[in-house]
Design a protein around this ligand. Sequence first.
Ligand SMILES: [Cu+2]
Length: 123
Amino acid sequence: MNPSAYSSRGGWRHQRLALTKMLLIAVAATAYAAAIGAAQANTHTVVIEGLKYSPEVIEVNAGDTVVWTNKDPYPHTVTADNRSFDSKQIAPDHSWKFTAKAKGEFSYTCTVHPTMKGKLVVK
Ligand SMILES: [Cu+2]
């Protein structure tokens, strides 16, 4: 047998094994990233209609985004009692989104209609 042919064939086999391992790692990493991505970064919707936030209390995970959509014919705000977030006026048929980073319970109100109450719970 030609020794150089043998060694080059052995080298090719070794390379193919290494490539297979790299592929397996890449597939596992992609699946892991997809699983993590699914567990985080959800988007939740709160509809503002008839001078009410619906749902009135919304529970999300830190990192999630909440979208408030104003379906009333006049502006509303989403203003945290502790001012940690404030949408300012949301015009009719407009939305405001907020990504919740800090954990805790945040009661909020509409500065235009102070009887409107909502609560964002971030876990
Ligand atoms: Cu309002």
